[in-house]
Design a binder for this molecule. Structure first.
Ligand SMILES: NC(=O)c1ccc[n+]([C@@H]2O[C@H](COP(=O)([O-])OP(=O)(O)OC[C@H]3O[C@@H](n4cnc5c(N)ncnc54)[C@H](O)[C@@H]3O)[C@@H](O)[C@H]2O)c1
Length: 273
């Protein structure tokens, strides 16, 4: 497929990894963010736009072969902020893709779409066994993102792959992340697979590395072509020395959304003063 991949949120953490990794896998990248990307690389196209501006997004998607939608508020916030950037914004991205004839959209969903889902008694948790169970307004927006994606597949025939990303950090920073970490290299590999998979239709997959302690099933992601290479276990000894062995009875380790399910993540604590 010719035409660049439009990466929204290109100035953010994951956007920056994708700008580095996708060209190595043969993708030309068109970058979009509401703030300018400061370290422009050769071959990149750049747009500064707000994803909630539908007209700007129609222009931005023109001629693109796919959209990788990473832009938005990447954690809990107030309802007005989340619903605008993450729900209205995702609608504009999908609607712009449809109007511009872009056949595929990869959406940055999150484990927090299913955050209150308990850890199974053994075995791995499949996506189909984790229906919407958001832990925050942020999680509600990710549920809505998946629902919008499903609508645009069934009604308009797009291919939409939703990545329920775990913890995408340069390296794991907590013992929970020994299970949920998604490494920078594996992030690129997962997005590349979501872009290349033949006719995925509507697909929802976990986004984690091949962590020894992971309890989210990667069968569906691997069926798309994802080949995870990293394992958070190499950081286990150092993290456990500082934080202690994970207590699986603690909600931080016993629920998909971890600490987001705790009382301190109530949106009231995110109201601006
Ligand atoms: N990093 C993680 O661990 C993780 C986990 C689960 C899901 N996700 C999702 O992945 C995506 C990327 O995460 P990240 O860690 O790179 O986040 P980030 O906060 O580093 O980057 C988000 C980018 O989106 C841009 N943005 C925000 N609102 C915008 C708007 N209205 N229009 C255009 N651009 C806008 C910001 O300027 C920022 O550059 C997010 O949707 C996030 O919810 C991330």
């Amino acid at each position: 497929m010719s035409g660049p991949v439009l990466v929204t949120g290109a100035a953010g953490r994951i956007g920056t990894w994708l700008r580095g990794g996708l060209p190595e896998r043969g993708w030309a990248v068109r970058c979009l963010d509401v703030v300018p990307v400061t370290d422009v690389r050769p071959g990149e196209e750049h747009l500064v736009a707000d994803i909630t501006d539908l007209a700007a997004m129609v222009d931005a998607t023109e001629g693109a072969s796919a959209v990788v939608h990473m832009a938005g508020i990447s954690g809990e916030s107030t309802w007005p902020a989340i619903s605008h950037a993450n729900i209205e914004g995702t609608y504009c991205v999908l609607e712009a893709a449809r109007r511009s004839g872009v056949p595929r959209v990869v959406l940055a969903s999150s484990n927090h779409a299913t955050g209150y889902t308990p850890r199974p008694d053994g075995g791995l948790l499949r996506e189909v066994d984790a229906p919407p169970r958001p832990d925050t307004y942020y999680g509600v927006a990710k549920v809505t993102m998946e629902a919008l994606g499903s609508l645009y597949v069934d009604r308009y025939g797009l291919d939409v792959v939703c990545l329920r990303i775990g913890s995408a950090f340069p390296e794991p920073t907590s013992t929970r992340q020994l299970s949920t970490w998604l490494s920078p290299a594996d992030t690129v590999s997962l997005v590349d697979a979501a872009l290349k998979a033949p006719s995925p239709g509507f697909s929802v997959v976990w986004g984690v590395s091949n962590n020894t302690r992971r309890w989210w099933d990667l069968t569906a992601a691997q069926a798309l072509g994802y080949e995870p290479a990293d394992d958070a276990e190499v950081y286990a000894e150092a993290l456990i020395e500082v934080h202690g062995e994970p207590d699986l009875g603690d909600p931080v380790h016993g629920r998909v959304g971890g600490e987001y399910t705790l009382p301190e993540f109530d949106a009231e604590n995110f109201e601006k003063p």
